[in-house]
Design a protein around this ligand. Structure first.
Ligand code: SAM
Length: 287
């Protein structure tokens, strides 16, 4: 079976898998080589617009809610009173929109290294940028590694690392020195949550993330599992690390009676996302 140019395909020789979306029309909507990465946007038949960075699927109109809600709400409802939130990466602005649905949040910084991602999102994913002008939002274009290194100690309640895969500019976001600085700038009770790839096809990386977070001084780690159709295997994860924080309980009543609508996240989904299948339980116990 050959896939001609009517399809966008992301393939991995290493994983022996590929994922394709049928394109609508022949013209690409956006194609910029920034100093950091290549940012493209396609129009697809079944998933709306599709953003691709260095050949990897990032965001689709149809299914981004799964990822953005799960990168934001579990950690926010796990923290007792999140006021100051930092998003590293997240240039499509979808995570920022979810964070700002929480009334407790007083300030939300979004630090993405590549302005072109946000410019593409403003044009082709305007719904994700709906909160960019919220007075609590600060959008900066800088290296998140340096921003965290320069930030004041004990000044932040929640750090969300919504980054690309651990290669290129994002590689350092999966390192002990980075997590050490996260630990330093978090207040007691603070949490960092990092997109932690697929539990099925990136298990070794998930094990490493737990190990690195603990090596950096975090006393607890907890992975959340959720579907994400356009990412390799369609099964994704985010991993929290806590600084004197309990991660497997959360403000259930606040989640149950949340004052904003979601498409995926709710109290029961949060509870279910905390459960480890046997292979993952064993793999994380063994690390
Ligand atoms: N949902 C996607 C995923 O899980 O792969 C991530 C979406 S978001 C577009 C990823 C962002 O990380 C990109 O916009 C990229 O520019 C940003 N990024 C990569 N390395 C970074 C760094 N060192 N500092 C700040 N942002 C970075």
């Amino acid at each position: 079976m050959t896939l001609d140019d009517r399809w966008f395909t992301e393939s991995s020789e290493q994983l022996g898998l590929a994922f394709s979306l049928k394109l609508k029309g022949r013209n690409k909507l956006f194609d910029v080589q920034s100093p950091f990465q290549r940012v493209e946007v396609y129009q697809t038949e079944g998933f709306g617009n599709l953003m691709v960075i260095d050949g990897c699927t990032m965001v689709s109109t149809r299914d981004n809610f799964l990822y953005h809600e799960m990168m934001a709400h579990p950690a926010l409802f796990t923290h007792p009173d999140p006021k100051r939130v930092v998003i590293i990466g997240g240039g499509d602005c979808g995570t920022l929109r979810e964070v700002l649905r929480h009334d407790s949040v007083e300030q939300a910084w979004q630090i993405d290294i590549d302005e072109q991602v946000t410019r593409a999102a403003e044009q082709f994913f305007p719904e994700l940028c709906a909160s960019n002008h919220d007075p609590r939002a600060r959008l900066l274009f800088a290296d998140g590694i340096q921003w965290i290194a320069d930030a004041e100690a004990s000044s932040i309640d929640l750090i969300i690392v919504d980054s690309t895969d651990p290669v290129g500019p994002a590689e350092g976001l999966f390192s002990v020195p980075f997590y050490r600085n996260c630990h330093r700038i978090l207040r007691p009770g603070g949490i960092v949550i990092q997109q932690s790839e697929s539990p099925l096809v990136h298990l070794h990386l998930l094990q490493d993330i737990h190990r690195i977070m603990r090596e950096a001084g975090f006393d607890s780690t907890q992975t959340l599992l959720f579907p994400q159709c356009i990412y390799p295997s369609g099964w994704w994860s985010a991993t929290m690390a806590g600084k004197q924080a309990t991660l497997n309980t959360f403000r259930e009543q606040d989640a149950l009676h949340k004052r904003f609508d979601t498409e995926y996240y709710n109290r029961d989904i949060h509870q279910a996302a905390l459960a480890y299948p046997e292979f993952l339980r064993r793999a994380l116990a063994a690390r």
